[in-house]
Design a protein around this ligand. Structure first.
Ligand SMILES: [Zn+2]
Length: 91
């Protein structure tokens, strides 16, 4: 199956931008995005803590999870139809 987890991206709750800068406690930009304590929206400049960002994106994350589930079910159905179609031809 395709890697669909990459579709989930966090959004700024102020301007819906999806680009963030990762900052350390002193406001310096860091390269380790996943370990930064602060994320700054590159568009409106609002700063969020990791917890804030995740909390405010929980709905988006949930929605994405539901989408993924739907996609997985659809893939399954397709596969099922294919194998059923093959069976039909044999019989
Ligand atoms: Zn923003």
């Amino acid at each position: 199956m395709k890697d669909i987890s990459k579709k989930v991206s966090l959004l700024c709750s102020v301007c819906s931008n999806s680009q963030f800068m990762a900052l350390d406690c002193e406001g310096k930009e860091v390269l380790e995005f996943s370990e930064a304590p602060i994320y700054k929206c590159s568009d409106c400049g609002c700063e969020f803590s990791r917890e804030q960002l995740i909390e405010e994106n929980q709905e988006i994350i949930d929605a994405n999870l539901n989408e993924m589930k739907k996609e997985a079910v659809n893939e399954l159905k397709k596969e099922l139809k294919k194998s059923l179609g093959k069976l039909g031809k044999i019989c």
